[in-house]
Structure formats: C-alpha cells, structure tokens
Design a protein around this ligand. Structure first.
Ligand code: PLP
Length: 334
C-alpha cells in the first residue's frame, strides 16, 4: 500500500513511532519535528527522549526555510505528519525530502490521517508510519501500528541484539494482526466515503459561516499543496475541524450531537460513526496552553472524524439543528 520494500507491524501506533526514533538517534543527536503532531509523539519527544540525550526542535513544518534553519550538524531525523493532528496542516513532503537529502537526514512521515490519499514514499519520504488503530482498522476495536521502510531498516529494527522494535517489546500479536488485515481489505472504499462525507459537511459548515478547516476547502492554506500530492480518487480524507467559539459551546454541541446519535464523543478517529473531541482539553492536552495558543489550537475547536453515513444530507440537517438550538448558528444564516 505504501510502496515500500517491506513493513513491520507493532502493538500500537506509539509502539511504531518510538522504536523508529530510537533506532535512528543516539545520545547527543537531534530531531527536527513539526510542532503540530499527535500528542503522544509530542510528549515522547518533549519529555522522554531528552532523558536519553535526544533533543528535538519543534518547528512550523509548513515553512521550509524555518525547518532548514533548525537543522544542526547533530540532526538525524526530520519528522512530520502528512496531515497534522489536530490542525490539519499539510506537510510539503517533496520539499522536506529535498531538505532531508541535502542534509543527510531521514524523513519520517506519520500518515495516519491520510491513508491511500497521500503516498509519502512516492514523494521522497524514507519511512512511513501509521497508527492502525484509526482508519486502517476502522472499527475502534483494535490497537496497532506499522512501520513501512526498506528491508534493511526493518531488519535492523527487528534485530534480536539491538533492534528497537524487538527489544522495546512492541511486537504485535499475530491474532490481532490477522484481524486488522481483514479490515484493511475495505480501506479503499471506506476512505472514499469518509472523504465524500467530510467534503460535503465542510462545505456546508463553511457556507453557514462556521470557521471550518478541511484540506478539501479552497480556503485551506494548503489546499493546492494537498491537491498536488494526493491520489485523487481517495479525496481529502475524513478529518475536519470547526471552531464554535468557546470550550463550553464545543462541549454542549458534542453532548447534543451524541444524544441525537450523530456520533460519539471520543478521542479516536477513523470509525464508521462520526467521532468528535475538543483537542485542547483531550488529545493535545500534553501541549502546554501557551503553546496551544501559539499554534492556533483554540478552545472552541472541535475535531471531527467524519463517519460513513449513507445519507450525509440528513446528517448535516441534524447537526445544523443542534447548532441552531445552541445559538452557534443563527437561523437566518442557514
Ligand atoms: C492515534 C495516533 C497515533 C498513536 O497511535 P496509537 O495506535 O493510539 O498508539 C500516532 N499518530 C497519529 C497521527 C495518531 O492519530
């Protein structure tokens, strides 16, 4: 699927990410990472890796000059998510891979948010990681991860004497790997539907005057970049965010939508039902409040993982009534 020579599955997404970083970095070495990444990855790089003498510079990954300026003679890794969590910033994988080659770094891309839509290896990435827990398994009933790379690198990771994936113990159970493989068979169909539904809702919300972030919208700062990288038929993915102004309103809306069976208040993503969460107080709570503000992670932000609803027009009508009831939308606007 990712076009690499091989891959190795792991017990979780974090169980894929941490061994890769530790395999490639020694004490005294350095990582340049996007600042808008999954909270667990951020916490690992910020709090745990420094105890092993590995330091990270967090940068705005959309600015290639800023990324290059952060590279030092000690840097080994450029790390990013193709579409970042939760702000949906899009990484210029081609541009980053040119920087990586120039400075002899490995470009590692977490592609969890955009399976099939974006193929980082074709754009020059060295290693691609997924949390299988999300879209790939798609049923929120399993935890897993995968590392896609060269045969040589995967062999190193699995080496019984010094391989980080082997020795840190994030080996995936074989029964679980078989169950996730069965779900992988329908990923292509599911991604198309997630993308169609998210596109529909994002356009409707934006037209109703709600601040909406979705890479498929022309208003998204990286809309054209995503378009230039994507495998068109899988669309812009299932993730979108809206800003409803305050955490209280965000919580009230999520509670009401859950009550009306429009989805679940949950921090995961890639499920057949729509899932929603307020990232500032949940999945990105590892990131200090002042840093959240600096990167545009506002209190009223709701992150949606749009589900596989067969009648998305009806879903929109129901979501709209919830918003009108809570005063988030004025009736005359919709
Ligand atoms: C969930 C997630 C992870 C971690 O995956 P787990 O399987 O929960 O350990 C890593 N990266 C991204 C982008 C994620 O959404």
């Amino acid at each position: 699927m990712e076009g690499t020579e091989t891959a190795t599955v792991t017990a979780s997404g974090m169980g894929a990410i941490t061994p890769v970083l530790l395999q490639l970095c020694d004490t005294g070495e350095h990582i340049v990472s996007s600042r808008t990444i999954y909270g667990g990855t951020y916490a690992f790089l910020k709090n745990l890796a420094p105890r092993l003498g590995i330091d990270t510079s967090f940068v705005d990954i959309t600015k290639l000059d800023v990324v290059e300026a952060a590279i030092t003679p000690k840097t080994k890794i450029l790390y990013c998510e193709s579409v970042s969590n939760p702000l949906l910033e899009v990484a210029d994988i081609k541009g980053l891979s040119e920087l990586a080659k120039k400075h002899n770094l490995k470009l590692i891309v977490d592609n969890t948010f955009s399976p099939l839509s974006i193929s980082p290896i074709n754009l020059g990435a060295d290693i691609v990681i997924h949390s299988l827990t999300k879209f790939i398994n798609g049923s929120s009933d399993a935890v897993g991860g995968v590392i896609c790379g060269t045969q040589e690198f995967i062999d190193e990771l699995r080496n019984v004497n010094d391989g980080a994936a082997m020795l840190l113990g994030s080996t995936m159970d074989s029964l679980r790997s078989a169950s996730i493989l069965k779900n992988l068979r329908t990923l292509h169909i599911r991604m198309q539907q997630h993308s169609l539904n998210a596109t529909y809702l994002a356009e409707k919300f934006e037209n109703a005057g709600i601040k909406t972030v979705y890479p498929g919208l022309a208003s998204h700062p990286s809309h054209n970049l995503f378009k230039s990288m994507m495998n068109e038929k899988y669309g812009f993915g299932g993730m979108m965010t809206i800003d409803v102004g305050s955490l209280d309103k965000a919580n009230a809306l999520m509670e009401l939508m859950q009550e009306r069976n429009l989805g679940y208040l949950a921090v995961s993503l890639g499920f057949y039902k729509t899932l929603f969460s307020a990232p500032g107080s949940s999945t990105s709570s590892e990131i200090p409040e002042d840093e959240q503000a600096e990167m545009g992670l506002s209190d009223g932000l709701i992150r949606f993982s749009i589900g596989l609803d067969a009648d998305i027009e009806r879903t929109y009508e129901m979501m709209k009534s919830c918003m009108v009831e809570l005063g988030i939308l004025k009736t005359e606007m919709v």
